[in-house]
Design a protein around this ligand. Structure first.
Ligand code: 5GP
Ligand code: ZN
Length: 117
């Protein structure tokens, strides 16, 4: 248990140690359905590489990796929510983050309200 990320739920999902409803996978990222969906389509876009949050990810990753993650979110949104979608990243306590491995929420399948709660 020397790897600090060995207990991370999204690292486990990436390694398929925890089952998730996967919809897309690349070498560097995974898209799966949220366990507790907040919209008819609620996907999570998760990089293979562990970073606690968006700020840590952009500090450690190549800009290509950041771009690839957004490209995958866009691909997932257009494919699974063709009527439109929203991409959300929560960071920290005020942001409402609960899982400390960077992920992009892709929400769709209904009309979103604004501002978010
Ligand atoms: P956050 O609140 O950190 O932005 O979002 C974490 C999301 O991960 C939540 O929407 C939550 O429902 C989802 N989640 C937490 N644990 C699991 C899990 O084991 N499997 C899946 N598919 N989603 C999870
Ligand atoms: Zn992780």
């Amino acid at each position: 248990m020397s790897d600090p990320n060995s207990a991370c739920v999204f690292c486990k999902i990436f390694r398929r140690e925890i089952v998730a409803d996967e919809v897309l996978r690349t070498d560097d990222a995974l898209v799966f359905r949220d366990l507790n969906p907040k919209a008819p389509v609620h996907l999570l876009v998760v990089p293979r590489r562990h970073a606690d949050n968006l700020g840590d990810f952009v500090a450690m990753a190549e800009s290509r990796e950041v771009g690839d993650l957004f490209a995958l979110a866009s691909r997932a949104g257009r494919e699974f929510a063709p009527g439109g979608y929203r991409v959300v990243v929560n960071e920290g306590l005020d942001g409402g983050q609960t899982v400390h491995h960077l992920h992009l929420h892709v929400l769709g399948g209904r009309r979103m309200s604004w501002p978010p709660g």
